[in-house]
Unconditional design. Structure first.
Length: 113
């Protein structure tokens, strides 16, 4: 049975001409730690990135190819191995942004306690 995940956080950011959205998922079944579904792209200049989605696996810190299957009442993600061809600048931007989002989330959660 595939891992069941639950979305617990959504974010959107822009830095200069770079754009990214992300959704943090945690495992409901305990089979994985979870990870981030992210989409990154650029607008109006270099670097010239076409929109591309990735799964950032939290356990192995790998950016993987991902395919979404969206249907009424049931959606799923298929992860297809590490993206060995990702632009190094894009990978750095994704990891730095996710790190910032996670820090902000942890600080917000700590304030609730």
């Amino acid at each position: 049975m595939p891992d069941q995940v639950e979305r617990i956080l959504s974010r959107l950011t822009q830095k200069d001409n770079l754009r990214m959205w992300g959704k943090l998922y945690v495992s409901k079944t305990g089979q994985t730690v979870g990870g981030w579904l992210v989409d990154s792209w650029s607008e109006n200049g270099a670097p010239y990135w076409q929109p591309k989605m990735h799964w950032l696996d939290k356990k192995e810190n790998k950016l993987c190819h991902v395919q979404l299957n969206v249907d009424f009442g049931h959606s799923s993600m298929n992860i297809h191995g590490e993206d060995a061809d990702i632009e190094p600048e894009r990978a750095k931007f994704i990891r730095a942004t996710v790190g910032q989002w996670e820090q902000e989330w942890l600080e917000a959660e700590a304030k609730k306690l």
